[in-house]
Design a protein around this ligand. Structure first.
Ligand code: F6R
Length: 255
């Protein structure tokens, strides 16, 4: 089962930075799967503050809107550049975003080929939507799905309207790594903060494995770390056990 660690946002960012830097120490050209949105900012900020040399690290963004004008500040290419590539000192030519090359019709297959050619994603950073999506795999997405164009739910568009002037400006379509793509990553690091994520986290960690709760795909993966604050953990039934397991984690065992 996933390892659940309950800690505040800042501490979660620091712990995630520890995990990423340990990976990069072992493998300087490690392949990171990069989520955007508010949640992973804690991780990117903690990493930037460490000032480590990450110039050989390769990155694959989880998803991107389809239909925004090129260079739009809320395109995930722009967000990844602003929030990840620049502060962390990554090499922009080593970071891809779905749909960044060739026609959109074949962009999904092209992205999958690039991930395979890179040797796969070593560590996939994930947030979760209030409707349970990971990447932009909305409820009903196949657990075997690969990178492809999808349609956002109205709930997700409303959640993301805070980044735009109005909900009408949030694109309807997106291109996202599939649940199958995410499941192929070697280690999943899922973060969630705040009460609004509590239900989605409970469904992902403890609910039945069902396409209706895309986050529950993590239960099929052998190496998952979930970093949540008290509010996001508040609907977990087995919370006492997660705390106990974390407190009794063998010192030799890494995350
Ligand atoms: C972003 C992504 C989404 C977000 C999710 C949560 O690349 O794939 O699944 O992780 O929508 O967004 P925030 O973190 O803004 O609450």
């Amino acid at each position: 089962m996933a390892e659940i660690v309950i800690l505040d946002r800042t501490a979660a960012g620091e712990l995630a930075a520890d995990v990423i830097l340990a990976l990069v120490a072992r493998k300087p050209d490690a392949v990171l799967g990069l989520a955007t949105g508010s949640t992973p900012l804690a991780v990117y900020q903690a990493l930037a503050a460490r000032g480590a040399d990450l110039t050989d690290v390769r990155g694959f963004a989880l998803d991107e809107y389809v239909g925004l004008p090129p260079g739009h500040p809320e395109s995930y290419r722009a967000v990844i550049t602003r929030e990840v590539i620049e502060p962390l000192g990554l090499n922009p030519s080593l970071v891809r975003v779905p749909g960044d090359r060739g026609p959109i019709e074949t962009a999904g297959d092209d992205y999958e080929r690039s991930i395979v050619a890179a040797g796969g994603v070593d560590l996939q950073i994930l947030g979760i939507g209030t409707d349970g999506h990971i990447g932009f795999n909305e409820p009903g997405s196949s657990f075997e799905s690969l990178t492809r164009v999808k349609t956002l739910t109205q709930q997700t568009r409303e959640d993301n309207a805070r980044f735009f002037a109005s909900v009408d400006e949030v694109p309807v379509n997106c291109i996202t790594q599939g649940l199958g793509t995410i499941r192929r990553a070697k280690h999943l690091l899922l973060l969630a903060f705040g009460e609004a994520k509590a239900e989605a986290i409970a469904a992902a960690v403890e609910g039945p494995v069902t396409a209706s709760a895309p986050g529950s795909a993590i239960q099929l993966h052998p190496h998952v770390t979930v970093l949540v604050d008290e509010a996001a953990a508040s609907r977990l039934s087995n919370i006492d056990y997660y705390r106990y397991a974390w407190a009794n984690k063998p010192a030799w065992e890494s995350l």
